[in-house]
Design a protein around this ligand. Structure first.
Ligand code: AHR
Length: 305
């Protein structure tokens, strides 16, 4: 593998060690920290890997540059958690030309399927649908004003969650007052929610946040405005990280759809197979659960992240 005698692309380099370049999005959320940890654990030396880790601070250009640098270093495989869906064709073709397999993790790309070996991730559309269905069942027959904190614009996580959620609330009495990106971060969730509160005040009955962190940021804005989160404004989020589940158990959130960040083990297994020339499926979808307040109280202590 790279960095060792006889190293380079194409199958482990003879020393058995697989050099993997992992292009992570950044460190925007609690989910992302748990995902990075899961990946680092699975791609450990003890497990036969030499991991080159890059976090792109959620800047698509920086992430493309990281992938290009992995190609130049002649790694055995590239794992990519794409920040956004579009813009990958050229660099994925370059990887293919260099015989370096690319395995997608977490989010998806719009590029042709021939340009990557496999994808390990979550069904974001279903996550949105599950959240939307809960909202429709609980608030759909009373006039309800909702605001939405969207994830990173152009990411499959945000696009697909929105599509699933919107389809599920169609035909209900839920009205979307406003919908803006909070970039999956706590800080932006807070700032955007402050803006919503200034503009719409007590008209807001419901918040759908595409992840826990933005919901947690919004909590601060709601409390600062003198309102009670979970009561005056109902809050539905996605992820189910510890802080989110704590807010749900405390009654400050109302419902969370899980997004499982523990993708490392499956991804490492797929990378090993691909590098060994074995056949793999084009996609592996990891199952998610969903929790209301009572269910959250029961599982909170046993959550691993
Ligand atoms: O792509 C998964 C999403 O990215 C998570 O829901 C969010 O928290 C993260 O930043």
């Amino acid at each position: 593998a790279t960095g060792c005698a006889g190293g380079g692309a194409g199958g482990g380099g003879g020393d058995g060690v697989i050099t993997v370049g992992f292009a992570q999005t950044g460190s925007e959320s609690g989910w992302r920290s748990a995902n990075t940890e899961s990946m680092k654990e699975a791609f450990s030396e003890a497990n036969g890997f030499n991991l080159i880790f890059n976090a792109a601070d959620n800047k698509p250009e920086a992430q493309i540059a990281a992938v290009r640098s992995f190609i130049n270093q002649g790694v055995d495989a590239i794992v990519l958690a794409p920040i956004v869906t579009d813009g990958w064709d050229d660099v994925l073709k370059e990887a293919k030309d260099a015989n370096i397999p690319v395995i997608l993790e977490d989010r998806t790309v719009s590029a042709s399927e021939d340009l990557y070996a496999s994808w390990i991730g979550l069904d974001f559309k279903k996550e949105g649908e599950t959240a939307g269905k809960w909202v429709a069942d609980n608030f759909g027959s009373t006039p309800t004003n909702m605001v939405v904190l969207e994830g990173t614009t152009g990411s499959s996580a945000a696009t697909d969650r929105a599509a699933g959620f919107d389809a599920a609330i169609e035909g209900t009495d839920i009205k979307v007052l406003d919908s803006q990106t909070g970039n999956f971060t706590r800080a932006d969730g807070k700032t955007v929610m402050e803006g919503f509160l200034q503009k719409y005040g007590s008209q807001i009955n419901l918040l759908f946040a595409h992840n826990d962190d933005m919901g947690l940021g919004a909590l601060e804005a709601i409390k600062a405005a003198g309102m009670t989160p979970g009561t005056d404004i109902k809050i539905v989020t996605i992820d189910a990280v510890k802080d989110g589940m704590t807010a749900l158990s405390n009654g400050e959130f109302n419902y969370i759809v899980e997004c499982n960040p523990l993708l490392g083990e499956k991804t490492a297994e797929v990378v090993k197979k691909v590098v060994a020339g074995e056949s793999v499926d084009k996609s592996y979808i990891v199952e998610d659960q969903a929790f209301d307040q009572e269910q959250a109280k029961k599982v909170l202590d046993s959550r691993p992240y």
